[in-house]
Design a protein around this ligand. Structure first.
Ligand SMILES: C[S@@+](CC[C@H](N)C(=O)[O-])C[C@H]1O[C@@H](n2cnc3c(N)ncnc32)[C@H](O)[C@@H]1O
Length: 290
């Protein structure tokens, strides 16, 4: 289910559109990086009226990326409409891990980007890795619309529905990389998030249930049936959630590893489907063979 986001009132433009006036307006509205934001707005707007409207939307609290209509991720501009989750820079670490784990280039790796939001992760992996067979899915129609734009540009497919449900069954047992940056904020902590997330991103994109790991539990339970032998599930988690997240992955029959990037405050857990005979998972090898 998707949730309606609150309407953001857009006051009539009140400013003269000079760089100094824009900086002053943004600073007065509490934007810490007023100079940088002013430059981005002024270089993105196609007219003075459009710039003035963008400044007022930003001053009213809309995330900068929603005002601009794009977010930078792994050096590429991803389309982000208001109401879609803005890809975080720390998540670039997850993409780097995935690029590192992608199998060698003698065949096209199959990649699923589950809970894809704008589709930024799969697109960035396609850019980093070269040719991939990319399939992205999300439940939220706004996310799916953005993802169709971004993922379509690198030749991928986008589906709408609950987790794995909309994906083609032909992918079962064949997936090399399963990206799953699922919601992982504990329900009680959603209210503590900055307003840009709490007010302007859908709760569906943030709320991971009581301990933040409910969506992950569902993904991990189904992941072995979709992964190829030696395929990898990758997801981000909070540092305080790592112990439980690792146990969830291991209980699903995947081999967990944890990687951290201190600079970006990012923690990525990988669950790898064992390839060795004798470690096959119930119901998985049959799917892979079919
Ligand atoms: C934290 S956001 C991440 C989006 C994107 N992967 C990224 O990192 O920019 C989580 C996404 O999961 C989607 N989502 C939540 N529950 C879902 C479900 N049951 N099935 C499919 N998508 C879901 C939300 O709509 C949201 O786009």
């Amino acid at each position: 289910m998707t949730q309606a986001l609150p309407e953001v009132p857009v006051p009539a433009p009140q400013i003269t559109v000079t760089p100094s006036a824009v900086i002053a307006r943004l600073r007065a509205a509490g934007c810490v990086f007023a100079e940088e934001e002013a430059e981005l707005i002024l270089s993105s707007a196609r007219s003075a009226a459009e710039a003035a409207g963008m400044v007022e939307r930003r001053a009213a609290g809309l995330p900068l990326e929603h005002v601009l209509g794009w977010a930078e991720f792994c050096g590429r501009r991803m389309v982000v409409e208001p109401g879609v989750f803005v890809p975080r820079r720390r998540t670039e670490f997850l993409v780097e891990r995935a690029a590192h784990l992608c199998p060698p280039t003698n065949r096209t790796p199959i990649v699923i980007d589950l809970c894809c939001g704008s589709g930024a992760l799969g697109v960035a992996l396609a850019e980093a890795r070269g040719r991939i067979d990319l399939h992205a899915a999300d439940l939220d129609p706004v996310a799916v619309r953005c993802a169709r734009h971004n993922v379509g540009a690198v030749g991928g497919q986008v589906y709408q529905g609950d987790l794995f449900r909309p994906l083609p069954a032909t992918l079962r047992g064949r997936v090399d990389i399963l990206l799953a940056n699922v919601p992982y904020v504990p329900s009680a902590e959603v209210a503590l998030l900055p307003a840009e997330a709490r007010v302007h991103e859908p709760r569906l994109a943030l709320d991971g249930g009581a301990d933040g790991l409910d969506v992950l539990r569902r993904v991990a339970a189904e992941a072995p049936a979709w992964l190829a032998p030696d395929g990898h599930l990758l997801f981000e988690t909070g540092e305080h959630q790592v112990r439980v997240a690792v146990a969830i992955v291991a209980d699903a029959g995947l081999v967990p590893t944890v990687a951290r990037c201190a600079e970006r405050y990012a923690t990525v857990v990988t669950g790898t489907r064992p390839a060795r005979r004798g470690l096959s998972l119930p119901g998985v090898d049959a799917a892979a063979a079919g």
